[in-house]
Design a protein around this ligand. Structure first.
Ligand code: MG
Length: 226
């Protein structure tokens, strides 16, 4: 605590954030379970991909689509506040994409996924990638009903990226550390980031990737059990 006079710690009920009230989280969890049952009934594996803006979520999805399009019938949901830029980018790869605009919300929720699922013919697909809104805090609290949750981080986010956002890593089955080609320029040790993830969540599978070249994508496919 050098150079700091004090720390004000928000207590339960201190923060004016109505959306995070317990009943909202409970309602979301219930809807997520309904989504999970619906997806299972139609034999669809859904993967929720979370991470900051610019980490490489969209690039990872397009790489995964290239890798898997001969083995799976794929669709994608793309959450963003107001734009459809990423949704269109994924759509270039001949998969069905539903864009979800959240307005001011910083995360997708199970109700939005329920609505988006109504836009698809669920019998025509068996793999669904869900790109969450670029944010490392809010999406962690809102399960969507996906089979697996994945976090993409980039070395360009600096060396303290993982330790500063522990909650999202607790919820992750797989973590990709992306843009590893830039690690030296950023003075970031990929092994250290991996160790940070493992300290928070020993069960998470961690894969180093370069989504621009496709390095590590096969390992992500395996980590996701696809
Ligand atoms: Mg994106």
């Amino acid at each position: 605590m050098a150079n700091i006079k004090d720390v004000v710690k928000a207590q339960e009920g201190d923060v004016f954030d109505i959306e995070l009230e317990k009943d909202v989280l409970d309602a979301n969890r219930k809807l997520a379970q309904e989504n999970r049952i619906l997806l299972k009934k139609h034999g669809i594996k859904a993967i929720d991909i979370m991470g900051a803006i610019g980490a490489g979520k969209t690039s990872l999805i397009t790489r995964l689509v290239e890798h898997l399009k001969d083995r799976y019938r794929i669709a994608a949901f793309k959450g963003d506040l107001t734009t459809t830029i990423d949704a269109e980018m994924i759509g270039h790869h001949n998969v069905e994409v539903v864009a979800i605009n959240t307005g001011k919300e910083c995360h997708l929720d199970a109700n939005l996924i329920k609505k988006a699922l109504q836009r698809l013919n669920l019998d025509s697909i068996n793999l669904l990638f869900i790109e969450n809104v670029g944010n490392l805090i809010c999406p962690a609290e809102f399960p969507l009903g996906s089979e697996k949750r994945m976090v993409v981080i980039s070395v360009t986010e600096g060396p303290y990226m993982v330790v500063k956002h522990p909650f999202i890593f607790m919820e992750a089955n797989v973590v990709a550390i992306n843009k590893i080609d830039l690690a030296r320029a950023m003075a970031v040790d990929v092994k250290e980031l991996e160790a940070d993830v493992k300290r928070i969540n020993p069960k998470a599978e961690v894969v180093a990737t370069n989504c621009r070249t496709g390095n590590g994508i096969q390992e992500v496919v395996e980590a996701l059990g696809l």
